[in-house]
Design a binder for this molecule. Sequence first.
Ligand code: ATP
Ligand code: MG
Length: 764
Amino acid sequence: MTVSISPSESFETDTLPHLAGLNGPQREAVECLDGPVLMLAGAGTGKTRTLTSRIVHLLYRQKAFPWEILAVTFTNKAAREMRGRVGAFLGDSSEQLRWMGTFHSICARILRRHAELAGLTPEFTILDKQDQQRLLKQLIDAEGLDNSKYPPRVIAAIIDGWKNRGWSFESVPIRENHEFKGLGTKLYRDYQGRLETLNAVDFGDLILKVVEVLKNNPDILEEYQNRFKYINVDEYQDTNTVQYLWLRLLTQAHANICCVGDDDQSIYGWRGADIQNILRFQEHFPNAKVFKLEQNYRSTGNILGAANGLIARNANRLGKSLWTNVPQGQPVRIYGHFSGKDEAVWIGDEIESMLRIGVDGRKFQPSEIAILVRASFLTRVIEDRFLLIGLPYNIVAGLRFYQRKEIKDAVAYFRLALSKSDSMAFERIANVPKRGVGPKAMQIIKKTAFENGISLPEAVESILREGKLRNPAAQNLRILLMRLSVWSAVVRDSGVSATDAAMQILDESGMTAALQEENTLEAESRLENLKELVTVIADFDNLTSFVEHISLMSDNEIEEDKTKVSIMTIHAAKGLEFPVIFLPGWEEEIFPSKRSLEASERFADLALEEERRLAYVGITRAKEICSISFASHREIYGRLEYRSESRFLRELPRAHVDMRSPSALHAPIFDFGNSASEDSIGGETFRAPGYLRMVEKLGRKQNSGIRLPKSAESRRGPYKAGDLVVHSRFGRGKVLGVNGDKCSVQFDGNNFKNVLASYLSVGD
Ligand code: ATP
Ligand code: MG
């Protein structure tokens, strides 16, 4: 083992760098290496940090080789970060921590090694949500069922739910038969059948199939039990049953498992996470040692106080006391706005001021600021505003980029190069760019494939042999198949880099040329995206690992950029921390969500409590400044709706919050007078109608939203490339291109920006 630190006589544990700075309980947890260990502690108490130190300590004590340590993190980014932190102590040997990743990425690797035992070949494809639903839709249609009564999305969720509980279609209990009038299990069976023919799996299968392989093959199970000598799991509160079953199988031999988590941060119940996994850890793993960490190192006193007060409202929790040494800091600020647009304007202004002027002498970097939303639709107004004022931001939803059409097309080509029988990929690109393969030709290909039990590319081969297709489709498909063979060799050639292989495929497929020929702004931006794709691929050793990477990307993945403010959902922010946090949209039916309120009526308060935990997660991401806001009106599905503020606002302890109006009014708008209860904002002075009237008046005064420069109102676009324009902020410029309501403009001083057309006026 080439671990760069080793236990030497001269190293007293006190001076070990990876133990330095840990507090008593953290250190005890690090040093308790054998047997089951649970670290159950609140937000920001150093669970992840302790887990990381523990991994270093395992290596330092030579308990295991790096490749014998299994470390499960919540996102691939968290895995990279953990590897980085371990790397700080271990140098290069952190690279040898091969089994560090998400449940999905680790199980995908295991499944590829034993694919044939799961009825697959090692090149199996991992379907994303859309592919999964498209497949289900085909099955629903084939049954002659009505799509609106049997929505693929709902059926997909039910099947996922069963997989999360570890049920294959044979083992779904009879009591579940009511789902879709008994058709649920049939659809599940048919769906699995289709997946098998396609040599494909969905996300749920990755873990379920591994559990089945291990259960059915004791020798393989033993191999992994021996391999993973120490198992470490972060965010354990959000594991589901099948994940638990997997961990349990692996630990049967040695029980060296360390899980860390916080029952107050369990926020994936809706996706099958079972909080009982963490609550019953000691039952599941007898003789487990439990460590509780109580010191929060992340947040100021006020932020922690506000979060603690809120979560105390939940009945179903273990209850913990958290404290911090960090000074009280600013109270958590709560701002009410007239509209969602006003809220976005305010957030933009606040951020600009934090970047330029700072707060109490401290200037912030964009990367230190994050906006966390309950629902992703809330990001649009914020994006529009940031675009307008030229504030660089990063929407943290890796999927968005990878879900663009051209990117999915490109990836389908890569998938085909890696596996010539990938029918779904083939169907996607058979006619992209246009090859004259219309719906009729596709029908013939599919029919042949279905009748002979072969893949679509194989069907094409057979059809071409028999001359059943006419030109130009036949000729073009022949060329495509030939190219596929060439690419298949290219991607397997270790002398060709991933980027070169990708560029060759994109060029030879005709995708690049077709977009170039189109010569529209839209095509140009698609080409840009393909370029960006190639840039991303440069970070990978080969196309196989790139395709695996994006197949496993979940909507929580984060692309980092230090020069930008981050916008993401609260779910995606789990485990992260930022000096400044904005939490917009705290309104009833958004946060708590409408669905949770409806569910709470039926199942007591369980769903509502999960929302409250989510609010707790949101607030506890903040280190220094936390601002919560809401609007009394918001555009929802294109209509301006009247909103009332979230009940969670009233539950925040008043000692730690400061409720203010938008910046126009410099005084608190609430009198937290005597009638408010002792420790929360509730009470009679918090009366929505009066408040809303006040905000409404203010809104009118402010003209609710973004104002146009005067000159622009009379002389606005539409614009075309070459037009001279003026922007209230960036000055004069020339339009380079137009894409919907956005214009790319070159402003004076070679300053390129994408701005909304409505904020430009005609220049001279
Ligand atoms: P979450 O519940 O949000 O996942 P966590 O319990 O995993 O939080 P960490 O992210 O590990 O907490 O730590 C929170 C912050 O506190 C980090 O910035 C970490 O570096 C810091 N921290 C943790 N332990 C200590 C310590 N003993 N001394 C100083 N800083 C610490
Ligand atoms: Mg953590």
